[in-house]
Design a protein. Structure first.
Length: 113
């Protein structure tokens, strides 16, 4: 690769010219992949909705950032989808049990006399 400033021959992968220190090529910044990890949601549904179904949500959510850092985009997206799914399962199971509890309390109040 020739320097555009002084014309000196440099290696093809050189960053700067060996003679004038002119920058030969720009180094591209690594791409950041924005994959949501759903960790906050997983923790909240585990604490407030349904513990057994919230635990897998936390486990999957904790794996997302590691897979992104390792460059496994497909694995990160798949793990993110699983974390989201388990968060929703935990939410709806907890909401269902909460509604059943309220229903039985109302029945007990009506027929308990």
């Amino acid at each position: 690769m020739f320097c555009t400033k002084c014309g000196t021959q440099n290696d093809d992968n050189a960053f700067k010219c060996i003679k004038c220190s002119n920058i030969l090529q720009q180094v591209a910044a690594p791409k950041t992949i924005d994959v949501p990890n759903y960790l906050a949601q997983a923790i909240l549904v585990t604490l407030f909705c349904c513990l057994p179904f919230g635990i897998p949500a936390i486990v999957y959510a904790a794996q997302v950032n590691g897979k992104v850092a390792a460059g496994d985009h497909a694995g990160a997206v798949e793990t993110s989808k699983k974390a989201k799914m388990w968060s929703w399962v935990s939410f709806w199971v907890g909401a269902g049990f909460g509604l059943l509890y309220i229903f039985f309390i109302i029945l007990a109040a009506i027929f308990g006399n």
